[in-house]
Design a protein. Structure first.
Length: 738
């Protein structure tokens, strides 16, 4: 007689294996366990924290003849992730052909991933004793500390650190006050009781276009619908979001708002806080583990009404989800570029579908992919063509750099315009998407160039905080050679413009004005960006100079002249998405101008003044550009008209790498017959990077189901027999080919 079957559960283990694993549990454990709970299991020689994905029905025949291992421990009483998120994660793992265990892992806060207890405590700050007479005098020198102190004076029972952070009071400030023995911190258990959401300030009167958008969205709040809110910069998209949010929040539902990495500024948070009196959970990659866990729990328990975060907030469990907003939907930071390469925009649409709630994608420069969804009837197109308030769109001009006389890389006409703008008391924004001093260092005599030994790339010359060469691709740093290594000539010359060099030039040309540089280097210190923004908001003529950090989200009300110095690389790139990115960048930068009462002007310096993208943008605007691009993609059978998957591989040996990919491709071509088009394998645009050779191949198909069917099967096989010196990755709907 057979032994009765043991009680079994199926778990996802965080390892790079696509399958889930079955374990044995006791009868008691079986009745306690639900899907979404964490358990610890023996796996190989290790112990892993795994998530239960399924309780196996007792009469299901065992799938293996081996004796199942027993789990070690059940970690939770209640599921951490609900059915809905589990479904979303399972779907994502299948769609992106990525191991479920690792997908689930990436969706959990680190502390839970590590097996820590769900119950947690948090920090609360309070004044020490009754404040001394001269306390405020002591604080006179630090405005931040004084404000923090006053805030806590007004809340004598103490305030949670997370709340203080949301109010713009940093932990550093609090710790400084603690040192002065004015504040003390306590550990308190977290109270997840919800708070009723209220409107803290009145809504603006929607203008006609905003009202038309609202009229489309508001009657259908209880079902899934996807919208593309396509509105020029300053047209009042945010006001539309806020008004839809209020209708949802009023019904005690939660709202998920996703913004690009750099879009999560104190200004964005302040705008939500000004409008709504409710719990806001903030989730982004810069948070420490315990803060992240706290915010995640606020969302997961239903306490937070608004969950505001970057890409990684997408998989947060939200029990009463009533609306998803994804702002600046064209932004590339919504696509994860390593490991589990999901696109938050696409997953957000599916999440809305599962949760039966609307999803609003907003942008001034919607992606070509989203326009295609509009054409297919999958998104409703809502347009805002007027700037809200009085502001008007700027005028754009192209300056031919081939014929224009220049100084410090700036054409003389541009220099005159900058002068005039400053004289009128207005601000200038100079955009150059290249940090450092110069992109190339070259020998004057023999044309030797300083190249990174590990990459197919030039070193960038940096002069701050000291002179050095820096490879922006692998991070390698070297000192400058004293002379040319090839011909011993003593003079090495910087070629081309970086932001630091332009800063030098602008300071020489306009010694009486501030030149504020905004790039990754100048904003490395916490708070430095905030300081710069504060200066920009003071109504004083100045020059703002920076990389694409300036092209996103921020409003510069006093900027009336925008100069775009060099976008030629984007015009020349072979990547089929390069025109889209370049057009978005130009339109976004241009949109920073003329937000206030005066009309802005945009000057674009280029060596390619005849380029068709520039003319379409100038004469007809971004939407016409998008229409044309869609037609071109259709003619060329490129995404979004075909589905695509990119297989990347890298290895120390160039030929070995290419041979392996070529060999693997044969099987796929044979299996899939005509249904998949295989481009490549070819060396990647930058073949050598950090000492390794990179290659890729692009798979294209008309039929998504067939493409996934063949590739899924093939990929699992390729992965299993790939030699260990070859690193492989799969990218579904790739956005970049680097
Ligand atoms: P977007 O998000 O499209 O860039 P915003 O929502 O930030 O635009 O709006 C730009 C400016 O116009 C903001 O200062 C906002 O307060 C103002 N604004 C938006 N809608 C209205 C309205 N209906 N009436 C008056 N001002 C508005
Ligand atoms: Zn030389
Ligand atoms: Zn390098």
């Amino acid at each position: 007689m057979n032994n009765p079957l043991p009680f079994r559960i199926r778990v996802a283990v965080p390892v790079p294996i696509h399958e889930c694993f079955d374990y044995e549990v006791s009868a008691q454990q079986y009745s306690d366990i639900q899907a979404g709970i964490r358990v610890t299991v023996p796996f190989g020689r290790q112990t892993c924290v795994a998530i239960v994905v399924e309780k196996i029905a007792p009469d299901t025949p065992q799938s293996t003849q081996f004796k199942l291992k027993k789990i070690i421990q059940v970690l939770d009483e209640q599921p951490l992730i609900d059915q809905h998120i589990l479904k979303l994660l399972t779907w994502s793992a299948q769609y992106y052909i990525y191991p479920l265990g690792e997908v689930i892992q990436s969706a959990l806060p680190t502390r839970l991933r590590q097996g820590h207890s769900y119950d947690c405590i948090t920090t609360q700050w309070q004044l020490t004793t009754s404040p001394l007479e001269d306390t405020l005098k002591q604080l006179k020198r630090s405005e931040k500390q004084r404000l923090a102190f006053e805030y806590l004076q007004a809340h004598p029972h103490g305030v949670l650190e997370s709340e203080l952070n949301l109010q713009g009071i940093s932990t550093t400030t609090l710790k400084a006050l603690e040192k002065k023995q004015l504040l003390e911190q306590h550990e308190v258990p977290i109270d997840f009781s919800p708070k009723k959401t209220a409107l803290a300030e009145n809504e603006l009167n929607a203008n006609i276009e905003q009202q038309q958008a609202l009229d489309q969205i508001l009657p259908l709040l209880h079902n899934y619908a996807g919208y593309l809110l396509d509105g020029i910069t300053g047209s009042g998209k945010t006001e539309v979001y806020l008004q839809v949010m209020w209708q949802v929040l009023k019904q005690n539902k939660q709202v998920l708002v996703l913004v690009p990495e750099i879009g999560l500024t104190p200004q964005t948070i302040a705008r939500f806080r000004a409008r709504f009196d409710c719990h806001i959970a903030l989730l982004h990659s810069g948070m420490n583990d315990s803060k992240r866990l706290h915010a995640w729990q606020q969302a997961q328990t239903g306490q937070a009404s608004i969950i505001l975060g970057t890409r990684s907030a997408l998989y947060t469990p939200i029990p009463n989800l009533g609306l998803i907003i994804l702002d600046e939907e064209h932004d590339l930071s919504f696509k994860q570029q390593e490991g589990f390469r999901y696109h938050a925009r696409d997953v957000a649409l599916y999440r809305g579908y599962l949760a039966k709630c609307p999803v609003i994608l907003g942008s001034a420069t919607p992606s070509i992919d989203s326009f295609a969804l509009v054409k297919q009837g999958k998104l409703k197109h809502l347009m805002l063509n007027q700037r809200a308030g009085h502001a008007r769109m700027p005028q754009m001009h192209i300056l031919d750099l081939k014929i224009a006389p220049k100084q410090h890389g700036l054409s003389l006409i541009l220099i005159e315009k900058i002068k005039a703008t400053l004289q009128q008391g207005q601000q200038v924004l100079v955009f150059l998407n290249r940090r450092g001093y110069a992109p190339v260092l070259m020998c004057e005599s023999c044309a030797w160039q300083a190249n990174c030994p590990r990459c197919d790339a030039h070193f960038t010359l940096h002069t701050q905080p000291y002179q050095h060469l820096h490879c922006h691709h692998c991070g390698l740093i070297q000192t400058l050679p004293k002379q040319c290594p090839a011909c011993q000539h003593p003079t090495l010359k910087p070629i081309g413009l970086g932001t630091v060099k332009v800063e030098e030039g602008l300071k020489a040309l306009f010694p009486d004005h501030d030149v504020l540089r905004v790039d990754k280097d100048s904003t490395r210190h916490v708070g430095s960006l905030e300081k710069i923004y504060a200066q920009i908001h003071a109504e004083k003529p100045l020059i703002l100079l920076g990389t694409q950090m300036l092209a996103k989200g921020h409003h510069f009300p006093h900027v009336s002249l925008v100069a775009i110095l060099d976008i030629d690389a984007g015009l020349l790139s072979v990547d089929f998405r390069a025109p889209e990115r370049t057009a978005q960048l130009i339109t976004q930068v241009a949109g920073r101008a003329g937000r206030g009462d005066y009309r802005g002007e945009v000057i674009l310096q280029t060596l390619r003044p005849e380029h068709p993208i520039l003319h379409t943008l100038l004469e007809h605007g971004y939407r016409t550009f998008a229409e044309q691009t869609l037609k071109e993609r259709e003619t060329a059978c490129l995404p979004p008209y075909r589905y695509s998957i990119l297989i990347r591989s890298d290895a120390k040996n160039e030929q070995h790498n290419l041979d392996f990919l070529t060999q693997s491709a044969k099987q796929l071509i044979e299996d899939a017959q005509q249904s998949i088009d295989v481009w490549g394998p070819i060396p990647a645009p930058m073949q050598r990077k950090a000492g390794k050779y990179h290659a890729h191949m692009l798979l294209l198909a008309n039929n998504r189901v067939l493409l996934h069917h063949y590739v899924q099967h093939w990929w699992k096989q390729v992965r299993s027999f790939a030699p260990s010196d070859i690193r492989l990755s799969i990218d579904i709907d790739p956005q970049e080919f680097g």
